[in-house]
Design a protein around this ligand. Structure first.
Ligand code: 13P
Length: 284
């Protein structure tokens, strides 16, 4: 089936109390691996690329590969642009075929974040593309930050409600204590805050920083209303480690298929594990 907007997929997830894995991919094999994982488990899927990967591969190449994968597939797949603060790149990705985009103006004051998000929502609504925005600051949240500082970085439930109302955004990533990258200790997730945000905001909520969150904590987040979980770092590590293993055993290897096939298999297994945590298996 054709690539679809993630809005309906995520609304169904929120209503059904499960979450959809959104996986960052950087190569064709990574894209194929997460699609195979979704097909094998009958799980809805969101393929993501960062702006860096758009610059590396080209939005048209990524969209073409995702379109072919989706056309061949029986499961619903959306193609999403992760964290982007540049309106022009967002428009280029939509034009190339992305069905979902993130406008990240969370580093700006509230009113500017509203204005930037509103602008993208107006354009995206005209062509049926999902828009995700962020409130508060994900990342850089260190254990040693004082409680007051940490509080200031996290999304305020009242502000979340006002933000959704003012922007018409389809999905919201509120900062609730997760961070991008691998955690040094356990993540410091503010579950109470997720509950308070979910009680005020009915649109699907997005959990960033999905790498390394323990199983029970992912499930708690999903139970509280997180409908999309972004995973990047952990998948990159799994993929790269599998390649390293091939070269460790055979430093002279020069056939890309010989290291890409095991890397793809390792990534597929890791994606299936995240789908299990999300509760999306069988939901396609
Ligand atoms: P991780 O790299 O921690 O998995 O975070 C991914 C993410 O949130 C991308 O937006």
């Amino acid at each position: 089936m054709a690539l679809i907007s993630s809005t309906k997929l995520l609304q169904a997830a929120r209503a059904g109390g499960y979450c959809i894995g959104a996986f960052n991919v950087h190569t064709l094999e990574m894209l194929q691996a997460v699609v195979e994982a979704a097909e094998e488990t009958k799980s809805p899927l969101i393929i993501q690329s960062t702006v860096g990967t758009v610059k590396h591969l080209g939005a048209d190449y990524i969209a073409a590969a995702a379109t072919i994968a989706s056309n061949r597939s029986q499961v619903p797949i959306a193609l999403h642009l992760d964290h982007c603060s540049d309106f022009n790149i967002i428009m280029q990705c939509i034009r190339a075929g992305y069905t979902s985009v993130m406008i990240d103006a969370s580093h700006h004051p509230f009113d500017e974040n509203v204005a930037a998000t509103r602008k993208v929502v107006e354009a995206a609504d005209a062509v049926g593309v999902n828009v995700e925005a962020e409130l508060g600051r994900v990342g850089g949240v260190e254990d040693d930050i004082a409680v007051d500082d940490r509080d200031a970085l996290l999304a305020d439930p009242e502000e979340c409600a006002r933000f959704v109302e003012l922007t018409g955004v389809h999905t919201l990533a509120p900062a609730i204590g997760t961070a991008h990258g691998i955690y040094q200790g356990d993540p410091n997730i503010d579950f109470d805050r997720i509950g308070r945000i979910a009680s005020k905001v009915s649109i699907p909520l997005v959990l960033h920083g999905g790498s390394g969150i323990p199983e029970d904590q992912v499930k708690r987040c999903v139970g509280l209303g997180m409908s999309k979980m972004n995973v990047a770092t952990e998948l990159r590590i799994v993929f790269s480690d599998a390649i390293k293993q091939v070269f460790a055993a055979n430093p002279g290897e020069n056939d890309p298929r010989k290291y890409m096939v095991p890397a793809k298999q390792a990534l597929k297994a890791a994606a299936i594990e995240k789908m299990r945590l999300c509760g999306s298996i069988g939901k396609a």
